[in-house]
Structure formats: structure tokens, C-alpha cells
Design a protein around this ligand. Structure first.
Ligand code: S3P
Length: 161
């Protein structure tokens, strides 16, 4: 199985499901966004506003390569760099937590912590559609998350692995 990578759009539950899955599999859990915040002593939104998205993507790619073991909750944009996709495919199993746009909108509403969600509805939807194609084409498994609890999702992934 190697490393288990959870991918999916913002608000798909990667962080909470990752934590639960780590418990179920008895493996360490790494949340990449939290890891970056701890390492840089800055919030994700501060990194975006002060240093730009490209710097954040560099941090993200570096962190991905440092993780050698366990369950990894990636950030929604991990698939924006081809090298990251290739890395994950080579090192482990990639699980796509698939959530509909309306469910994401319900969950995030007007979340202000995610710089790429602070956009117009049409820009959000455009990003969602572009990303979903990427998630779907690179995942080893797709798990639907609408109307499911995080424990149920973690158990479903456990059965797939
Ligand atoms: C991003 C998603 C965020 C975070 C950053 C960029 C994206 O993570 O990495 O704001 O590009 O979709 P979550 O998917 O955990 O919200």
C-alpha cells in the first residue's frame, strides 16, 4: 500500500477523514497544510497574500517529498503540478474523496481561510471542474463523500486498501 494520499477539492474532508483513517490503519497522519503552517509559522492565507501562490506550491511540493510513511491529507491544489501527481503515483495509493459542488458550497459557504475559495461563484465552479478531471484521472480509488460521515468514509477506504 505504501503511503496513502487523500486528494480532492477544498472541503471534501481530506483532513478529518485522514485523521480517522490514520487511527483505523494505525498509521501516522500528516496534514500537509498544517505541516506547512507549522514549518513557516504563517497561515496558508498569509503565505498566499504575502508570498504568492507559486511560493505556496513550492512549499507544498517540498513537503510532499519529505513524507515517507502514513496517511497524507493533501491540499486541494496538489494536482496542479504534474511532478506531484507522479510522485504520489510512484510512492503509494491515491484516494480521491469526491464531493459535489453543491455539497462543497454548503460545507464551505463563505469560508475566508481558503484564498482560492474567496472568488466569484463562476470562478469557484471553473476551478472545481478543472480539478475534478485531474483528481478522477489520477486516483487509484474514488470514494463519494456526500451524505456520509467521516468515520464511514474512513472505513470504506480501509476496505478498499
Ligand atoms: C488549496 C486548497 C487548500 C490549501 C490552499 C490551496 C487549493 O487546502 O492547500 O488554500 O489550491 O485548492 P484544502 O483542500 O485542505 O482546503
Amino acid at each position: 500500500m505504501g503511503i496513502v494520499y487523500l486528494i480532492g477539492f477544498m472541503g471534501s474532508g481530506k483532513s478529518t477523514v485522514g485523521k480517522k483513517l490514520g487511527n483505523v490503519l494505525q498509521l501516522p497522519h500528516v496534514d500537509m497544510d498544517s505541516f506547512i503552517e507549522e514549518q513557516t509559522l504563517r497561515s496558508i492565507s498569509t503565505i498566499f497574500s504575502e508570498m504568492g501562490e507559486n511560493t505556496f506550491r513550492n512549499y507544498e511540493s517540498d513537503v510532499l517529498k519529505k513524507i515517507e510513511h502514513g496517511v497524507v491529507s493533501t491540499g486541494g491544489g496538489i494536482v496542479e503540478r504534474r511532478e506531484n501527481i507522479e510522485w504520489m503515483k510512484a510512492k503509494g495509493t491515491v484516494i480521491y474523496l469526491r464531493t459535489t459542488f453543491s455539497e462543497i458550497t454548503n460545507r464551505l459557504h463563505n469560508d475566508s481561510l481558503r484564498p482560492l475559495w474567496k472568488k466569484s461563484v463562476s470562478e469557484r465552479r471553473q476551478l472545481f471542474e478543472h480539478r475534478c478531471d485531474l483528481y478522477e484521472s489520477f486516483a487509484d480509488y474514488v470514494v463519494d463523500t456526500d451524505n456520509k460521515g467521516t468515520k464511514e468514509i474512513a472505513e470504506e477506504i480501509d476496505r478498499l486498501l
